[in-house]
Design a protein around this ligand. Structure first.
Ligand code: ACM
Length: 542
């Protein structure tokens, strides 16, 4: 073993390495050797809790089943501690890992389960893309890979309210996110069209508020929501895949579905001409003690369902679109008097602080859309999601106030925008979101080094007004989410769109093999518009 390693060190060549992995690793050196992985190869997995998933991932990549290494027998693939690395390798920390593929074995070194999981994903892509010999054994090219993420938060947000995805679709999504080392699933569970999370204390939130969606507002539409048991199951499923789920309960705006179920909490909606009818109950009453207690109860149940989330997102967006009725509410009048609040923005601010206290008191940081950057929330317990790409001054304000920030501007991070100029269905706003723009983000922002330290990460968001079917949700999400994953993981100096385009076809094939139907930017596959499509009811009505 020793002499063999010495030989390999000499043979380690700093080739301009291009390995078939997305996101592109930080540092790769190819070695002139191959590891042969035959059908009797075995794996040593460090974390006994995740053994089945590790084996299944590698077996699927290999195309044949791999077994666990018996005690004291040599392994073909080993997941090892960081301190078992030879001296000349940097010690990986956190989510980082080192892979050494030599003639006898492939070793993945990491200091944490997350690091091992990320190394697993890299190794699985390498194995899937490697050549096979005549007997079907894999010829895995030798390499040293030293890798760690650029950003800690690599996220995707899914709007469940406008059209509902359901448990099977969410698990399929989590599988694919894990493959690309995305580690935050921001779950937008409540909004005006429908409430999608069971709250035991308030069953009408789902039995009434769960009915309907953006394309079916009939009161007889079957309720669609996640039971608490489903949520626990999905949270555990994500956790095994190094994904933290961050729930969003939007308030005080986007509240119609909840208020439909419990009208006593109504704070009124759009009063502008032409918009009166669409969201008449857009807000919660921001000042009624019973409403605040109702929201406290909801957040308490949510906190128990997502114990590791770290952040509970309380929305906070677009409130001014629907607050016109607030001055007529006696509770708002009394609050303004009592707290000496001069205008509705001050009422909104008071409400934000009040609810953030609950969230912080439950042991979570408060997440909110960038409107909350204007509020006086505690910077050490608040996370701002910058979404208004046309308001760079709001990002500046958030950074100057010391808030950590997740960057998810409509352009180029909202996946409900079209991805090709020729596409008809989807949003545009002074342009659209082609794959390359999502890939290059956030270069255009020209963040300073200090700014970048405050940026927790990047996130793509899929709003589902125009995605009636799962097929269209897939079409809009993929492959732009793969591009976002590389943007969030790979060091800026290693990003290269031409290289990404070479590595992407293999991943389009992987996605298709896993029941996901991505847009194919090479073949320019036909647009999935959902014109005339009927909403799907993927999970049986509860
Ligand atoms: C948002 O797009 N309203 C956050």
């Amino acid at each position: 073993m020793k002499s063999h390693l010495a030989l390999l060190l000499i043979a380690a060549l700093p080739l301009a390495a291009e390995i078939p992995v997305i996101p592109r690793p930080a540092d790769v050196k190819e070695i002139e050797t191959h590891l042969r992985i035959s059908k009797d190869a075995t794996v040593h997995v460090a974390d006994p809790n995740n053994r089945e998933l590790f084996l299944a991932t590698l077996s699927e990549a290999a195309g044949f089943p791999l077994g666990i290494t018996p005690a004291d027998a040599p392994s073909t693939i080993q997941f090892l501690a960081e301190n078992m690395l030879p001296d000349r390798f940097p010690i990986p920390e956190g989510e980082g890992y080192v892979i050494r593929i030599v003639a006898e074995c492939a070793n993945v070194h990491a200091a944490t389960p997350a690091g091992h999981f990320n190394g697993l994903q890299t190794l699985a892509q390498l194995i899937r893309n490697a050549g096979r010999d005549a007997g079907g054994a894999i010829q895995l090219p030798g390499a040293y890979i030293v890798d760690a993420p650029r950003f800690a938060w690599r996220g995707f947000m899914l709007d469940e309210s406008r059209h509902f995805t359901g448990e099977a679709g969410v698990k399929r999504l989590l599988d694919a996110m894990a493959r690309y080392k995305l580690n935050r699933f921001h779950w937008h569970l409540t909004d005006s069209p429908g409430w999608r999370i069971e709250i035991k204390k308030y069953p009408k939130l789902t039995s009434i508020g769960g009915r309907g969606n953006e394309s079916d507002t009939s009161p007889d539409a079957p309720p669609q929501f996640y039971t608490q048991q489903q949520i626990r199951d999905i949270v555990a499923y994500a956790k095994a895949r190094n994904i933290t789920i961050v729930p969003e309960i939007d308030m005080p705006g986007h509240a119609d579905a909840a208020v439909r179920a419990y009208p006593e909490h109504d704070g009124g909606g759009f009063l502008q001409k032409g918009r009166t009818d669409k969201w008449p109950r857009f807000t919660f009453n921001p000042a009624k003690p019973e409403t605040l207690a109702f929201l406290d109860d909801i957040l308490t149940e949510v906190a128990a369902l997502f114990p590791d989330a770290g952040v509970i997102h309380f929305g906070g967006d677009e409130v001014h679109f629907g607050w016109q009725k607030w001055p007529q509410l006696p509770e708002v009048q009394a609050l303004m008097k009592k707290e000496n609040l001069k205008d509705l923005a001050a009422v909104e601010s008071w409400f934000n602080l009040r609810m953030a206290k609950t969230i912080n008191g439950l042991g979570f940081a408060t997440g909110g859309w960038d409107e909350i950057a204007a509020r006086d929330l505690p910077a050490d317990r608040t996370l701002v999601f910058w979404w208004r790409h046309d308001k760079p001054q709001v990002l500046r304000q958030a950074l100057d106030k010391g808030f950590p920030v997740v960057l998810c501007p409509r352009r180029p991070c909202y996946l409900d925008f079209v991805q090709e100029d020729s596409h008809q269905a989807g949003r545009r706003w002074g342009g659209f979101n082609p794959l390359a723009d999502t890939y290059h983000f956030p270069a255009g922002l020209q963040l300073s080094e200090d700014d970048e330290k405050q940026v927790r990460g990047l996130q793509a968001c899929l709003w589902t007004e125009t995605t009636v079917t799962q097929a269209r949700r897939d079409f809009m999400t993929w492959p732009r989410l793969v591009a976002l994953a590389e943007a969030a993981w790979t060091p800026a100096a290693r990003k290269d769109f031409a290289s990404f385009e070479k590595r992407l076809p293999a991943e389009l094939a992987w996605l298709k093999a896993h029941g996901i139907a991505p847009y194919d930017p090479f073949a320019k596959s036909p647009e999935v518009t959902d014109q005339g499509a009927k909403p799907e009811y993927p999970d049986k009505p509860q």
